[in-house]
Design a protein around this ligand. Structure first.
Ligand code: PGA
Length: 253
């Protein structure tokens, strides 16, 4: 049975002190919720990984994720943070290939494939993002775009490695815009992604791969989206910064 996952992506928001407060509020509000086969993830700025990890402590099924990783192991790469450093700081997961990384920092499928390798090598789960821009949605090339992102970023992995990958489908036109893919639109892409994984790695592995939806998920639409057969949770940006909204989304899972 695949896990349901609600992952917050704080992006470049919150200081470490604010982060501690936000996580503490969420943990307090969900302490009586049964998280069996479910995960709650906080994708925090790198400077907050250590402090958020220590707030979480050994709380079951709650994890810290980084929002990026270096494609290098160590050395003269000023400003970069390696997978080994993330693990040592307490990150159990890493968001890789977010559309903002692709768009503003020119991250290609090729470099993202290396980043995925780097985190998996250290036992960190990769949350690999894919998704089309509005024009690709309109001109009907979105499936090809998503297929390329997945094939080029992930399909060099072995079956064992692939078991430590979560896929996030985030239509770029729905990120931070208030506009959400309809549950049917999202479901169609999620089913498409699962078929791609099944064709490459077999039906069983595909059945066990969590595929999250991201793009203006909020309390008002989370339940309907996560109720679709192939939508296993959410990667949540804006709504993860407000504890009450994030808690509602966790409850909808
Ligand atoms: P949003 O961001 O929920 O603010 O649309 C989602 C994301 O970018 O992961």
């Amino acid at each position: 049975m695949r896990n349901k996952i609600v992952a917050g992506n704080w992006k470049m928001n919150t200081t470490p002190v604010e982060g501690i407060a936000l996580v503490s509020e969420v943990l307090e509000a969900i302490k009586n919720i049964d998280l069996e086969h479910k995960k709650v993830v906080f994708g925090v700025p790198a400077v907050s990984i250590t402090s958020v990890a220590s707030v979480i402590g050994d709380t079951s099924n709650v994890y810290v994720a980084s929002q990026n990783v270096s494609s290098y192991d160590s050395g003269a790469y000023t400003g970069e943070i390696s997978a080994a450093m993330l693990v040592a700081s307490g990150a159990a997961m890493a968001i890789i290939g977010h559309s903002e990384r692709r768009e503003y920092f020119n991250e290609t499928n090729e470099v993202l494939a290396v980043k995925v390798d780097k985190v998996l090598d250290k036992g960190v789960v990769a949350i690999y993002c894919c998704g089309e821009v509005l024009e690709e949605r309109k001109n009907g090339t979105f499936e090809t775009v998503i297929q390329n992102q997945i094939e080029e970023g992930l399909f060099h992995l072995s079956e064992d490695q692939m078991k430590n990958v979560v896929i996030a489908y985030e239509p770029v036109w729905a990120i931070g815009t208030g506009e959400t893919a309809s549950p049917e639109q999202a479901q169609a892409v999620h089913a498409f992604i699962r078929r791609l994984v099944a064709n490459k790695y077999g039906a069983e592995l595909a059945e066990n791969t969590s595929v999250l939806y991201g793009g203006s998920m909020k309390p008002g639409n989370a339940k309907e989206l996560m109720g679709m057969a192939d939508i296993d949770g959410g990667l949540v940006g804006g709504a993860s910064l407000k504890s009450s909204d994030f808690v509602e989304i966790i409850k909808a899972m």
